[in-house]
Design a protein around this ligand. Structure first.
Ligand SMILES: [Cu+2]
Length: 144
């Protein structure tokens, strides 16, 4: 899948000429969210790829369609599945990715202000320590 360079307006100054698309940039790939009812919670999965020459630090996310968004990790302990809130700052080394996927890290979206059904998009803003923000339109998939 092609990386979504939705934050391009904010990062164009950092792009080197002649680099392949997606290289030399901070990009979000493969976003999706689970369908959910209004007033409930849902999870967003995506990959933040750091193609830049320096580290990038994820500091948080938000959505105008939700009360709050936090970074969680799902872990199995003693045969039970738990979710833990992670320290919000996540350093992504150059060439590395922050991977949010089912059964692992995810964005927990709390207090949905509207129902999300398959085919909708959920707007999410992902923020970094240097002040940059990547806007993502996250496609909604059926929960089951
Ligand atoms: Cu969670």
């Amino acid at each position: 899948m092609r990386p979504l360079l939705v934050g391009a307006l904010l990062v164009t100054a950092a792009c080197g000429g002649g680099a392949p698309p997606g290289a030399g940039t901070l990009a979000i790939r493969d976003p999706w969210a689970r369908s959910a009812d209004s007033g409930t919670v849902t999870a967003v999965y995506l990959v933040v790829t750091n193609g830049e020459s320096g580290p990038a630090t994820y500091t948080g996310a938000s959505s105008p369609a939700a009360e709050s968004v936090s970074l969680h990790e799902t872990m199995a302990m003693n045969g039970m599945v738990h979710m833990m809130a992670l320290d919000t700052a996540q350093v992504i080394a150059p060439g590395d990715s922050l991977v949010l996927r089912e059964g692992g890290k995810h964005l927990m979206v709390n207090g949905l202000r509207r129902r999300l059904v398959a085919g909708d998009t959920l707007p999410v803003t992902v923020r970094f320590a240097d002040g940059r923000a990547l806007e993502v339109r996250v496609p909604v998939r059926s929960a089951y």
